[in-house]
Design a protein around this ligand. Structure first.
Ligand SMILES: [Zn+2]
Length: 526
């Protein structure tokens, strides 16, 4: 007797093998049979005739840990078919942190991660994981964030992590990995992580290597003078070469300035692979990203953390330093900023910084400083997409070209705050699965599914996930391969995708006929 039979669908097992039409039987949390079950009995039957049945999608890069504590249903992830999310990315998250440091970091990261309940125990990875286990709709895997470790040991300060403090950092990291974290992460532009040198990261990654875990690198942009070859993927590859760690690059893709140059982008990776570096990547299918502008501020202004930053924003001498810095930084593209989230001025969500600066009669740099102060740093933004259709088509094409590589996987990079979120928060997976796949010759449906399921599960060592096989957890997506599509756009982001009819998490129906059921069956994995 089965609990659920999914009958007559095209079973895509996640490995890239061709789909086969048959039935799938579930007992409890796991898949018990993939064969003709027309004579078998079941409490529930899901008719999947004409539909594809795939493993639940694994999102290798999301920032949903804050919002999940407030909105455990997490419809914008779940309705994309995502059943497992990896969080703790870019070197920043909530654990392991003392109560005081948790409050400090939550305040600094508010524009990205929102306002989580401050009474929670975040002092260890075990404690962090317990807040999600069977309490949220999706499974959650965690990376130990570099910034949190630095904050615990050195405070929010520009100090070197060496000697005894480095040993303590490695011990904290190892404890986290032993308590179920699936890797270690660093970020592109976020403090206090960016006070690190490449040598510090090599030392930290030796611990990751010893634990048999993985290092997730968002290629460094900020504080480049501390980095080997000014950061970027060259720093990451150097860390991997010298520590021997397996490395995974976060959202490595072309953008407005690099459209069409996929080979140039990947050439250092391929050279390093020949030299024995174990490297993988992920990607979201959009031309621009989103983040929080607190990360634009120079190193000297960041010193001391969020309260010190707010204090400095009030003083004209520091404002002058910030304005001069912003005018010289190429990564702070102020003319492209659309505000996605402001903690107070909701009416400014969806507005461009340049428009607000015109209204206020001040330069964009000054307006941004004023807003950071008014909002106590809690601001999120999206970078506007290019208007040129040829360029957009080229970037879409690049996305599929990159995804065709077997060392690529899919991520959303969900930054879930505010009314004007990045469209990837609602559409990343169905966009690859439907719109881009149907317009491209590069990958079969089975291959696209592989990049979303078995590929990441093996890379991040998620036990019995990512594949439809007997004994595996019943994380399953049922979708119409001809109809599945993202509806979310930069102009109208909060639109759920279409064509995904059922989502099961650990054997429980979390989405039924396209609607969330309210079931919170997610687990802290692996
Ligand atoms: Zn990210």
């Amino acid at each position: 007797m089965f609990d659920i039979i999914i009958s007559g669908g095209e079973i895509i097992d996640g490995t890239g093998s061709p789909a086969i039409q048959t039935d799938l039987g579930i007992v409890g949390e796991t898949i018990e049979a993939i064969e003709d079950l027309s004579q078998a009995q079941s409490h529930q039957i899901i008719d999947a005739q004409g539909l594809s049945v795939a493993p639940g999608f694994i999102d290798t890069h999301t920032h949903s840990e804050g919002i999940l504590l407030i909105d455990p249903q997490h419809a914008n992830g779940l309705l994309q078919g995502i059943t497992t999310e990896i969080v703790g990315l870019d070197g920043m998250s909530f654990a392991p942190l003392s109560k005081e440091n948790y409050h400090i970091y939550a305040s600094y990261l508010g524009g990205l991660l929102g306002n989580p309940p401050l009474e929670l125990d975040m002092s260890s990875i075990s404690a962090f994981r317990s807040h999600y286990h069977r309490r949220v709709a999706v499974n959650l895997a965690y990376l130990v964030p570099h910034g949190a470790i630095r904050l615990e040991i050195l405070g929010f300060n520009d100090l070197p992590l060496v000697g005894e403090s480095l040993k303590t950092a490695q011990k904290i990291l190892r404890e986290g990995l032993d308590q179920g974290a699936v890797g270690f992460s660093t970020g592109a532009i976020y403090y206090p992580g960016h006070w690190a040198t490449t040598d510090e990261l090599i030392e930290m990654c030796q611990t990751v290597k010893e634990a048999g875990s993985i290092y997730v690198n968002e290629p460094r942009v900020g504080n480049p003078r501390r980095a080997f070859k000014q950061g970027g993927i060259l720093e990451g590859l150097e860390i991997a070469k010298r520590s021997g760690v397996s490395i995974h690059f976060a959202h490595l893709k072309t953008g407005i300035e690099t459209a069409g140059k996929t080979e140039e982008l990947l050439s250092p990776v391929d050279k390093a692979k020949i030299q024995g570096v174990d490297c993988s990547m992920d990607i979201y299918p959009y031309p621009t990203g989103s983040s929080t502008p607190v990360s634009f501020l120079p190193s000297t202004i960041q010193e001391g953390g969020p309260y010190a930053i707010i204090d400095r924003l009030r003083k004209s001498s520091h404002q002058k330093t910030i304005l001069e810095f912003l005018k010289t930084q190429s990564f702070a593209k102020l003319d492209q900023i659309i505000f996605s989230y402001l903690s107070k001025r909701k009416d400014l969500e969806g507005k461009r910084l340049t428009a607000i600066s015109k209204e206020r009669g001040k330069c964009p740099e000054q307006t941004l400083c004023d807003l950071l102060l008014e909002e106590e740093l809690k601001i999120g933004y999206v970078n506007a997409p290019p208007q040129n259709q040829v360029l957009l088509d080229c970037i879409n094409q690049d996305c599929m070209k990159l995804l065709a590589r077997p060392d690529y996987m899919v991520c959303s990079d969900i930054t879930p705050m505010g009314r004007w979120q990045h469209p990837r928060c609602y559409g990343a997976f169905p966009r690859f699965l439907g719109r881009l796949r149907r317009n491209s010759q590069f990958l079969s449906l089975e291959e696209v599914v592989n990049r979303m399921t078995d590929n990441p599960a093996r890379r991040f060592k998620l036990t019995k996930r990512g594949k439809l096989a007997k004994g595996y957890f019943a994380d399953i997506v049922v979708f119409d391969p001809d109809r599945v599509i993202d509806k979310s756009t930069y102009e109208n982001p909060r639109q759920f995708p279409q064509g995904i009819t059922f989502v099961l998490v650990n054997g429980q129906v979390a989405v039924k006929q396209g609607n969330c059921t309210g079931i919170l069956a997610g687990q802290a994995v692996p």
